[in-house]
Each structure stands twice: as C-alpha cells, then as structure tokens.
Design a protein around this ligand. Structure first.
Ligand code: MN
Length: 523
C-alpha cells in the first residue's frame, strides 16, 4: 500500500472549476453589493458545510449576513424567506429544485436570489444561479452544494473586507437555529464569530467542501472525480487536506480495530464482518500489538508497516474466502484527511466528519453542526458526539426493523412503510443501508415512507448506480409521482425524496411504480 498525494495546484488565482468561474464571479459581485445577506441552507452534511463555506467567505469579505436552515425548501419556506426584509438571499445546497417558487418571489420584488446548488433545476430561470448541471457537469457525482458554494467563496476573496480587519467587529456573524417545523418562521441566532486573521485566500475552505461532497456520497468508485478533484487539489495546495490510498473502511480515526473490521459492511468478509470474535482472532493472527495500555488501538494508531500487515492479511482472507475480485479491490481506496484536525478524532476523516454532521442536522441541531464546521471544538463538539451516539443507535435499530419485516414488492420497486417507527430525517439513510441485506434486493429501487406530521408523509428513494445506468432517475420519479398527489419531490437520479399528503400514499406508490417501470424499460 503506498501513500500518494495529488499534485498541488501551484496557481491560487486559477478558478477551481473554470466552466463555472464567470457565474461564480457574478454571484460574488451580487453578494458583495448587498447591505445584508440572508444565507439559507439545507439541513444535511452537505448543507451544513455549504453554510460554513458560504458564511466564512461572507465574514472574510466583510459582508453582513444571517444564517437559517430548512430541512426542505418548499413553497411555504420560500414564502417565509420572502417575508423577511433581506433583499439578497443566498441559497446553498437547495434552491434549484424550487426555482419556480423562488423566481416567482423574485418577480414580485421580494428578494434577489443567489443560488449555489447541484440538484435538478425546476423549469424557471434566474440570473445568479450556479449549478453544475447548467454547465454540463454531473451534479450527483462531480460537485456538491458545498463545492458550488466554494466556487463562489473563491470569487469572494477579491471583495474588500473593510469591517473584517477594521477591528470594530461590527460584522454580525450569525449562526442558525433549526426552524424545521412548519410553524417556525425564518429564525436566526447569534453565534460567536470565528477568530483568527483573514487568510490570503479561501482555499482552506476546500476541506469543508470535500466533507460536503463525501457526505452526499460523491466519492463512490475510487475517490472523488470531476470538478471535485480540482477542489481536492486546492485543499492539498492550501495545506488543509491530504489525499491518501488507504484501507477503505469507515472509522479509521475513531473506531477500535476489531470494530473497524467487524462493522465494515460494504464488502462482506466471511468470519470477520458482523463477527466480533472472528474480527479479534483475525487481528491476533496478524501478530501486531492490538492494545496500548489495555485499550484497543485504532487504525490511525498503527504505523505504516502495521497497516500494511493488516491490509495484506485482510485482502488475502477476502480472496481465500471467495470474495469477488471487484469487491476485494474496494477494500483499498482513496481517502481524504483534514490536515489541521487532531489525529484520532472524527473531524480528521472526511467520512467520519460528514457522519458527525448528519447526526446533528437530522436531530434539529444544525446549529451544533455549523458551530463544529466553524471551529468550535468544545461544547458544540461534545454535543455533536452525543448526538452521534444516538444517531448510530437509531440507524442500526432502523435497519434491523426493515430487515426483520422485509420490503413489500411492487412491479418495479420495493417499499417499506416505517410510519413513526423511523424518524423521517433518517429514513433515507436507513433505507440505503438496508439495501443488499437478505430479502432486500439491489435489483430494484427502494422507497421508504415515514410520518412527518399528522397530515404529511416523507418518502425517501434510493437506487444503485447500476440502475441509473439502466435508465433510473429517482429525481423525476419523486417529483412526478409527488405532483400527482399534490406533494413535492426531487433530488438526484440515484437518491431522491418527496413530501406528500398522508392520504396520497397509495396513489403516489402506484404512479412511482409505473414511472420506474417506464424508465428501466426504456433505458
Ligand atoms: Mn447536497
């Protein structure tokens, strides 16, 4: 196993995604011209990192702003935004899919939108709309919401910062509460401004942009690709990120060695995966020291030689037990490390960082996740870790529930109705994790329903890249099937969601089944 790094980009003045540069510059100019900006972002790991990238860039540029989060941008939340006094609203990690509602508000003079998103745009237009899909890039795999925000952040560098370095501290840096309920108005709350001098450029924010991309699962098939690779290169050049070839198991930084192997679920290795004593005896056979002062060591505690010993033994074991070569190859992959974070913490590894953020966002604590992104390593980080423990328990209980009950089969899809037994904010993650287990085939997409309110149901849909290659586009399925029952939906081809009236479930399901059937038949 060798450790390799990407070539550092020698030219910080080169835009990270050249094809987006003009649009990013126009967006930055519009933001710089605003008296005060309302920053509205999505509640998930990509949305939180988007908000962190955007708010740090605004603060450094001396542009006053407030931040707010929505778990879903719909007509009601756009109306709430329109009711505020802000004349400029920067939407990150959402906005494109709701462009019809947003551009209608713009035409009425409510606000000027600036959008940094990567979801499928609705059929409407606005001037300051930055989305990779508008420029021939793949929004599902090449650039995330945080990456889109990053391209604008790089253009905001050239904006003067009269207040930020003026010492008067009159710039109000504001983090958000989490107005996720339907009743909540746009609300914002004070947060301590992040200290420190303004760096020479915003390339350090590439690290957060990559956490967002990985949080949106853009690193499948051997690391990040496309526009994301340029952002990685900028992060490496700025010293914020390192790229390594390493064992591709979740938890390299924080999990005890036996758990690292036991919990690894992407590639099933007989006698190790889901086998606590098997994982321990496998490690004992490698002959490396497994404990320090009685405590299990973690992957990050091993030196290069020890890592190589364990990785080679693991590959050998996989091959010997008949794991297909394509899967064996997946055990080693490209990993990304946040160079400034302490080794052995979740923040050091982009995958673990993004999971930590999801654990805050999905439990109405976007403020905690944002504070961690902005540098809080005390109370907010403690709180985030507690939330993560709860999140893990809920995920494994949710997966167990789906596995024990199995899915219902339609013609072209499978579905599971969790009612209130799985939180609607994590039902999509749970459905994705459950796919591939016994009785839950990968050959058709899965739809999972969970109650949102008494009247509304959340639907999360997950497919596979193979199904997408066969023609599946869940973004279209969710938006069209939702429209058929007066709901709203959208997202990506491989993962999408909708909110529908509770009494529209059956009609929604029938329409979705039909649409998936048509897509897979034509594709
Ligand atoms: Mn996203």
């Amino acid at each position: 196993m060798t450790i390799g790094e990407v070539d550092p980009d020698p030219a910080p003045e080169t835009p990270p995604v050249p094809v987006l540069a003009d649009r990013a510059a126009a967006c930055a100019d519009r933001l710089a011209a605003a008296d005060e900006v309302l920053l509205a972002s999505h509640i998930d790991a990509d949305g939180l990192t988007s908000a962190a990238v955007a708010s740090t860039a605004l603060r450094r540029a001396g542009i006053p702003f407030q931040t707010t989060f929505f778990d879903q941008l719909d007509e009601a939340s756009v109306a709430k935004v329109a009711d505020t006094d802000y004349d400029t609203v920067w939407f990150t990690d959402f906005g494109s899919g709701q462009l019809d509602a947003i551009s209608a508000a713009e035409r009425e003079g409510a606000f000027t939108p600036v959008i940094a998103d990567h979801h499928q745009p609705a059929d409407a237009e606005t001037e300051y709309h930055l989305n990779p899909l508008l420029f021939g890039l793949d929004g599902a795999s090449e650039l995330s919401g945080a990456g889109a925000a990053y391209t604008i952040a790089r253009e905001l560098e050239s904006v003067d910062a009269p207040l930020a370095d003026g010492g008067t501290a009159s710039v109000e840096t504001v983090a958000a509460t989490a107005p996720t309920t339907d009743e909540a108005a746009v609300s914002t709350a004070d947060a301590p401004p992040t200290a420190g001098p303004r760096p020479p450029d915003n390339r350090d924010l590439a690290a957060l942009a990559i956490v967002g991309a990985v949080g949106d699962m853009q690193d499948s098939d051997g690391g990040l690709a496309g526009a994301n690779r340029r952002i990685v290169a900028e992060g490496v050049a700025a010293g914020a990120l390192t790229e390594q070839t390493d064992i591709a198991l979740y938890g390299r930084q924080s999990r005890p060695l036996p758990k690292l192997l036991e919990y690894a679920s992407d590639v099933q290795i007989p006698g190790i995966s889901n086998d606590p004593s098997g994982a321990v005896s496998f490690l004992e056979e490698t002959g490396i020291d497994l404990r320090t002062d009685g405590e299990w060591r973690r992957w990050v505690d091993l030196d290069g030689e020890e890592r190589e010993t364990v990785a080679s033994a693991l590959l050998r074991r996989a091959v010997d037990s008949g794991v297909p070569a394509t899967q064996v190859n997946q055990l080693i992959g490209t990993t990304y490390v946040l160079a400034d974070e302490a080794p052995g913490t979740q923040l050091r590894d982009v995958s673990e960082f993004s999971t930590l953020l999801n654990a805050t966002a999905r439990y109405d604590r976007a403020d905690v996740g944002l504070a961690v992104c902005l540098g809080d390593r005390d109370a907010a980080l403690d709180r985030a870790r507690t939330l993560l423990r709860t999140h893990r328990r809920n995920l494994s209980e949710g997966v167990e529930l789906i596995q024990s009950e199995g899915t219902q089969r339609g013609e072209s899809l499978q579905w599971f109705d969790a009612n209130s037994r799985i939180r609607e904010t994590i039902v999509g993650i749970v459905a994705g994790m459950a796919v591939g287990a016994e009785g839950i085939p990968r050959s058709v997409p899965i739809l999972a329903f969970a109650d949102k309110t008494a009247e509304k149901v959340k639907v999360s849909a997950r497919g596979t890249h193979r199904l997408v290659r066969q023609g599946l586009d869940l973004s279209v399925v969710m938006s069209e099937a939702a429209a058929a029952v007066d709901g709203e939906g959208g997202g990506h081809d491989v993962a999408a969601g909708a909110t529908i009236p509770a009494d529209g479930k059956e009609a929604f399901l029938a329409r979705a089944d039909e649409l998936v059937g048509e897509q897979l038949c034509e594709g």
